[in-house]
Design a protein around this ligand. Sequence first.
Ligand code: GUN
Length: 295
Amino acid sequence: MEIIDGKKIAAEIKDELKLAVAELIKNGKNVPGLVTILVGDSPASESYVKSKAKSCLEIGMRSKIEKLSAETTEAELLELVEKYNNDKDYHGILVQLPVPKHINEDKIIDAISPKKDVDGFHPMSVGNLVIGKDTFAPCTPAGIQELLIRYGIETKGRHVVVIGRSNLVGKPITNIMLQKKEGANAVVTICHSAAKNIELYTQQADILIAAIGVPHFVKADMVKDGVVVIDVGINRVEDSSRPKGYRIVGDVDFDNVAPKSSYITPVPGGVGLMTVAMLLKNTYKAYLLYGEQNG
Ligand code: GUN
């Protein structure tokens, strides 16, 4: 059994991007820029946004956080997005989700230029992913694929079973894994909360991707020997022995599933750290593809 080290791979990707940005600076070029927009004061969202901005600066990219009050109107947010659609110094725009309830999330996502859609949430990016065109893939599922590739884990013709059908992870990882490309070309089954006897599906997985948001949902008797397990869960569970009163656990009962696995991602230290690395990669890609037009 080998533990997939997301921290190591994320650091590798950041180092590669840092070299690429240093080369741009050396040649007197503009650098890639990411603006993150945060509406309201959720502490979790704020810490995610800060870590994204910090990572940008670490590799020499431009970064800005636009922090707006919880009372910001939909019109005001749309106006800010439009401002950055036309800003030549920012090649990626990320509106941290969820936004407050009085703002229509779909409308905001639709307003982001597909050329700056580094989250890969715009319907045009989603559609392009489905039909196999090069596009911005959502960062967490793109990070899963990157882990599989960099660990040399064969996906071609293998059975990937995804638990979860969210727009953030379940659906995009399904579309990524279906593509006739390197690190994909798999046979994919997607199951979800309405599945009856879910273990009948998960037991057939060569690669099991758990993205359901239920702590320790995947138990040892739900997987076959030699399975590759990718745990996307980030769940808080009460733990009075910890200073914060909680700890983070995944969707997989790691201690019991790991001995049956050939590879497994830990939580924390697995998929989670890849999300930011892939966001930086998408921002660099937006710069390369459209930087000429955008500065
Ligand atoms: N909220 C939780 N994850 C994400 C993400 O990947 N992107 C955005 N924009 N918001 C999120």
